[in-house]
Ligand binder design. Structure first.
Ligand code: FAD
Length: 510
């Protein structure tokens, strides 16, 4: 670029149709795919450059309105549902990975938190990059929680309500305190809760955004899977860096364990950190080896210190906290199409027992990057219903041919209107499995069984689902209506038409 040419963000055409997600179960035909990049480094004026990127996104929205087509931002492509895509135009956001820490000059006087823990992350910052950025701060910081793996972008993870198992805290969207959203060809908004104001007027002006403080609108936009515009950046509250002490043991699937699963009262079982409540708790059951007991993982928070031995990585490249989805991918990898017994070979190798292994969150929730074709659905139920859902899952005749696992985690209910972790404490049950027809048969059997038994449930937006307008209405009731009303309030009709998608229509939300 010559010295005289104006600085600008760059928009380039990406690969031709179709788009395929990272784990290869979603194939979507599209009209055009764009990649948006920030102005070239060195950064001349940070906020001015950010505004150039916002303008580039606004240009794409303007074109989509003119051409009467749809537009949607894609994150890491880790969703296993069609949430991330549309049949119109797609925006690859992975290059939008700038960030800045806030400080006391960035916030309004009414901000009740600690400004030194605030970090603005541009939408395409991956969870892995966010961990590195936070670790690199002078007072080392960490994410309060994340999913079990780290390849999502921050905006993509939040948009579907990604969670771990920090059951006294919540999901990833629950540490977001500000959203910078490009909602139309001439508009970008900075939205926060009225009950929790954060950024000063001056900082919002630097971003070139219109300030909106409204609890309902904010709670609607948090989990909105690309339907409220293009999220340009999110403001998160981080935490001083901590260590996790991870243990994984096998325990009989008996009344004692079932009581813990329904109450998170750990009194009745032998825990690795007696007298202290774990930070994170997970129960994984291999339906082909019920007699061998559950794999019970507990993680205790410990003060950060240097010089600890880093945690082990499995032969397949999975960290100790990595998702069982990574584990099940290994099955499809080695012998596609075979069921059942393979789980008994793979699980012990890729999901080893552990005794008080230490690691920073970034090391524990660490992921390999070779992607296998997998399937996964994730169900949210009230904690109290966890044992009877387990019974139903094990009793389904389709379980015999299901080459997958049952993974139970617990998450505090979220304020986001469409968070699938909507119960006071939600038990999330992930069903990671090999890519096979039998897997879909099992999912359908479980969903039908829960509906017949009248067990209220939700489903992860970013995983395989059975959404219809009626089911989404049953899952969210008045919250779904509030979400639609909030979207109508924030987007004009042209922008709403652009940010709809076949997925949104399937759900009765757009
Ligand atoms: C191996 C694996 C492990 C997983 N582990 C967990 C887990 O532990 N817990 C859990 O809850 N989930 C888990 N998931 C699901 C995953 O976290 C979610 O599906 C997540 O949304 C994926 O994020 P992404 O960045 O890949 O976004 P994508 O899948 O690309 O997109 C997700 C949504 O975000 C929207 N979006 C992305 N960027 C923007 C933007 N800039 N503006 C507006 N909208 C945007 C998209 O439109 C889409 O609706 C896992 C998935 C896999 C494959």
């Amino acid at each position: 670029m010559s010295q005289d040419s104006p600085r600008r963000a760059r928009v380039s055409e990406g690969t031709p149709s179709p788009w395929i997600n990272k784990h290869q179960n979603v194939v979507q035909d599209f009209e055009r795919l764009f990649s948006v990049q920030n102005p070239r480094r060195p950064i001349v004026n940070f906020f001015k450059d950010l505004r150039l990127t916002v303008s580039a996104i606004q240009g794409l929205i303007e074109d989509a309105i003119r051409d009467k087509t749809t537009l949607r931002a894609i994150g890491g492509g880790w969703s296993l549902s069609h949430a991330a895509v549309t049949d119109g135009r797609l925006i690859d956001t992975l290059a939008l990975n700038w960030a800045f820490p806030a400080d006391s000059t960035s916030v309004t006087n009414a901000y009740a938190g600690d400004p030194s823990l605030l970090m603005y992350l541009q939408c395409g910052v991956s969870v892995r990059e966010a961990n590195d950025l936070l670790f690199g701060q002078p007072a080392k910081l960490a994410l309060k929680t994340s999913g079990a793996s780290n390849g999502q972008t921050i905006a993509g993870a939040i948009a579907t309500g990604t969670h771990g198992s920090r059951f006294r805290f919540g999901s990833m969207q629950d540490y977001v305190v500000g959203l910078h959203i490009v909602t139309g060809p001439d508009r970008a908004i900075w939205i926060e809760r009225a009950s929790y104001p954060v950024f000063s007027d001056a900082l919002v002006a630097d971003l070139g955004a219109e300030l909106i403080r409204d609890d309902v609108l904010f709670n609607a936009a948090l989990v909105s899977f690309g339907s409220f515009g293009v999220i340009h950046g999110v403001l998160i509250e981080a935490e001083p860096l901590y260590l996790l002490e991870v243990s994984r043991r096998r325990m009989p699937i008996d009344e004692k364990l079932r009581r813990v699963m329904a109450s998170l009262d750990f009194g009745g079982i032998d825990m690795p950190g007696p007298g202290k409540e774990p930070f994170h708790f997970e129960v994984v059951i291999n339906p082909h080896d019920v007699k061998g007991g559950a794999y019970v993982t507990s993680m205790y928070d410990r003060e950060y210190r240097d010089g600890y031995e880093p945690p082990p990585v499995s032969p397949g490249g999975l960290g100790p906290g990595d998702d069982v989805l990574g584990v099940m991918g290994k099955i499809g990898d080695r012998l596609p199409g075979l069921v059942g017994k393979l789980a008994n070979l793979i699980v012990p190798a890729e999901y080893p027992l552990l005794n008080k292994v230490l690691g920073a969150p970034a090391e524990v929730f660490y992921s390999n990057t070779d992607f296998q074709k997998v399937m996964s659905a994730e169900i949210g139920v009230a904690m109290e219903d966890a044992p009877r859902v387990l019974d139903l899952m094990l009793a389904a005749p389709e379980a015999k041919n299901y080459a997958g696992l049952l993974a139970f985690r617990w998450v505090k209910g979220s304020k986001a209107l469409l968070a699938f972790t909507k119960f006071d404490t939600t038990c999330t049950i992930e069903l990671p499995a090999a890519y096979a027809d039998n897997t879909m048969d099992y999912y359908n059997a479980v969903w039908d069984g829960m509906e017949r038994a009248g067990i209220p449930y939700t489903l992860h937006w970013g995983q395989i689902n059975n959404f219809t307008p009626e089911r989404v209405g049953n899952m969210y009731g008045a919250a779904a209506d509030q979400w639609i009303a909030s979207r109508n309030a924030l987007l004009d009709s042209d922008s709403r038409a652009v940010f709809t998608s076949p997925f949104l229509k399937q759900c009765g939300l757009g």
